[in-house]
Design a protein around this ligand. Structure first.
Ligand code: ADP
Ligand code: ZN
Ligand code: ZN
Length: 672
């Protein structure tokens, strides 16, 4: 008998498509099927099976083939994608299909069949590492997590080094132990903000659970590997799934617990295409499945913190470092007006580095700016190295003899003289990690100095190799960007120096302060993770600043996140900013700014209900990027459902205009 299969396809059209099926075996909901779309063969997801269609039957094309070798995805997974599509205002197909590996969506099934075969290989088992006894606060946290009957959100608020990871591991162990022989084994999803943090945690997980398949999912994997790990998750073979934000959209039929480590981290927000927040989707998914979700952080997002105040989330606190006698580092604010820096480094910082070198301890210098210098300039005529395609400077990369734009990747050779006046004396202004590295090496010629940033770790595996050298003690001074600030458990590090953090204090972005505080707490947390050695130095963080009295630094000095959060939330409430208001941002880009602004004006004048605030269209902070000029329109409402309902209707009208312009909508924007 003929059936109509409704299929979601990865196209920008906000609808699903009907196809005919006349085979003997009726396909199942959630199977993948290949169909002809336009002139191409595409693989889509079966989202409904019906008897008839609004389209006349003879106009419908037949399904080419169903991927019957693959178990169907669950209705809950389809519902998750449908929710994300609805909430972030994208077509279902653009959510569901890109979140499965390419090999599953490919017209040819060779790679898929190969991965399926590999999946049946038994797991490589060993001796399990012993868990340490938990301290009372950790025990309370684990008890709470595993006692949850159904949906429960807890915020594990623990200072750096307080043993949050151990809480995750032991809660996971208890939930995994609920496996019964006749039923499929439980699955646990652990999200981390960065690819570089996966190997360390994967190691812990595999050591603790040697007979379980630990699947990893992140954007740095080769297609074959990704397919294998996705299938391991989808088939239930993997009990532990460790991944970056994209893993929140993995098919996990037996999911029983979700953990979001460093929940405040901005990288949980996807910044293109489907602009979702993996943290927010984690909470939705936990509610849908009626399971617990744990958000961990030393500096929670203000959104989550506010939920602990209102009682929606349970706060589980780990106020102390877990290792006996390991204490939080002392914070010192170095006043740049009093201690004048040479090549960016103050006397206080250099002395502190020297002490660590003499004692054989490690130091970390944190500067969130890669390259040698952010710009080069001509003193004679005022020329500066602007990117011709963006409203940004070309950054000097001295080692590679290049000027490079960090926004559009344009690269040019360093000019020998000023392109405007011919002056040969053009100079780098400001400093990046490379310049600090070069200068440090002249001060400490015998020190083993290592820089870790996006430039030094371009090759696959090189970041891991670099972190390993630090762990093995082969590095005296580590210099890095935020890549080195997160999560790493460096045992012999007793000094963190922070260079030039002040710029974020005066940013237009209202979240800049919150981010700076989180970054500085996090990087500070790399120091003093082991007990102070006999004769060794006490752990310290030195922050070089022009504004030592600033409230942010004063709170930081006392490791006082609650005080900082309280002040920020008060400000946000008074200024009617998130989390006290809900926002969406419409962005447009065109050859000329005026075209983008005109489109946004037109959009702002469509039918707008009373409860929606439309701001004026404005140029984006980085107005020009890769030769496009960009503008944005901010939309606000006090009601989340109200905003959602409006956006749906509004976008429908916008699409009717058929604008000849690139535009995109972001719900709950983070960069505005
Ligand atoms: P966080 O994730 O909170 O920054 P980690 O989980 O990395 O902290 O823990 C910091 C250190 O404390 C690690 O070396 C870990 O092995 C150790 N640790 C955690 N819990 C305990 C415990 N209960 N007893 C002893 N050491 C612990
Ligand atoms: Zn010049
Ligand atoms: Zn550029």
């Amino acid at each position: 008998m003929e059936r109509i299969l409704q299929i979601a396809l990865d196209t920008p059209l906000d609808r699903v498509f009907d196809y005919r099926w006349s085979g003997d075996e009726i396909p199942r909901l959630g199977q993948f099927a290949s169909v002809e779309f336009g002139r191409r063969e595409m693989v889509g997801l079966i989202v409904a099976i019906k008897q008839d269609s609004d389209v006349p039957l003879d106009k419908l094309k037949p399904v080419i083939a169903v991927r019957s070798q693959l178990t169907e995805v669950s209705p809950e997974w389809i519902a998750l994608c449908a929710f994300a599509a609805d909430y972030y205002q994208r077509p279902l197909g653009e959510v569901a299909l890109p979140s499965v590996p390419k090999n599953i969506r490919a017209a040819k099934t060779t790679a898929l069949d190969k991965a399926l075969k590999k999946l049946s290989v038994p797991i490589k088992a060993g001796e399990a590492s012993n868990p340490p006894p938990l301290n009372p606060e950790q025990q309370t946290a684990v008890d709470h997590i595993v006692a949850a009957q159904g949906f429960d959100t807890s915020l594990l608020y623990g200072v750096t080094g307080s043993g949050k990871t151990e809480v995750y591991l032991q809660a996971a162990a208890q939930i995994l132990a609920r496996a019964v022989p006749s039923a499929p084994a439980p699955q646990i999803l652990i999200l981390v903000p960065e690819i570089n943090l996966t190997p360390q945690l994967q190691g812990h997980l595999q050591a603790r659970f040697p007979d379980l398949f630990v699947a990893t999912l992140h954007s740095g994997m080769a297609e074959g590997e990704r397919t294998l790990h996705w299938l391991a998750a989808h088939s239930g073979k993997a009990s532990l799934i460790l991944g970056t934000r994209l893993a929140i959209l993995a098919s996990l039929p037996q999911l029983k617990l979700i953990i979001v480590d460093e929940e405040h981290d901005p990288s949980y927000k996807q910044q293109e295409g489907l602009r979702y927040s993996a943290r927010d989707l984690a909470i939705w998914r936990a509610r849908q499945l009626n399971i617990p979700v744990v958000l961990g952080s030393a500096t929670p997002s203000l959104e989550s913190w506010q939920h602990t105040i209102s009682g929606r989330y349970t706060k589980l606190s780990l106020p102390n470092r877990a290792v006996d006698a390991a204490v939080l580092p002392t914070m010192r604010l170095i006043d740049l007006a009093k201690d004048k820096p040479q090549e960016g480094l103050t006397f206080s910082l250099i002395s502190a580095l020297k002490e660590r070198l003499e004692k054989g301890e490690q130091s970390l210098l944190y500067l969130n700016r890669r390259g040698y210098a952010p710009v080069i300039a001509c003193d004679a005529c005022g020329w500066m190295s602007n990117c011709t395609r963006c409203s940004a400077f070309l950054v000097l990369h001295k080692n590679e003899h290049k000027l490079r734009c960090h926004h559009c990747s344009l690269e040019i050779r360093i000019p020998k003289s000023c392109p405007t006046c011919g002056n040969v004396d053009i100079q780098p202004l400001g400093r990046g990690t490379q310049r600090i590295e070069e200068h440090l090496q002249t001060i400490f010629p015998d020190a083993r100095i290592r820089r870790i940033d996006a430039d030094s770790t371009r090759l696959k595996g090189s970041a891991q190799a670099a972190f390993d050298t630090v762990h093995r003690g082969e590095v005296d001074i580590l210099i890095g960007t935020q890549m080195v600030a997160k999560g790493h458990d460096f045992k012999n590090l007793t000094l963190v120096g922070v260079i030039n953090p002040d710029t974020a204090l005066f940013s237009q972005d209202y979240r800049a302060g919150e981010r700076l505080f989180a970054q500085l707490m996090q990087v500070s947390g790399r120091a003093g993770r082991a007990a102070q050695k006999e004769g060794g130095s006490a752990s310290e963080v030195l922050i070089q600043t022009r504004y030592p009295q600033h409230a942010l630094y004063q709170a930081l000095k006392k490791h006082d996140y609650p005080r900082f959060a309280k002040e920020c939330l008060l400000e946000r409430q008074q200024a009617a900013l998130p989390p006290f208001i809900y926002q969406a941002l419409l962005r447009a880009e065109a050859k000329e700014l005026s075209i983008a602004i005109a489109f946004l004006k037109q959009a702002a004048e469509l039918n707008v209900p009373e409860h929606i605030t439309m701001h004026d269209p404005i140029p984006m902070t980085l107005m020009k990027m890769a030769n496009s000029e960009r503008a944005q329109l901010l939309i606000e409402s006090h009601s989340r459902p109200g905003l959602q309902a409006f956006l749906k209707e509004w976008l429908h009208q916008l699409r009717q205009i058929k604008p000849r312009i690139n535009w995109s909508l972001e719900v709950d924007p983070v960069d505005i």
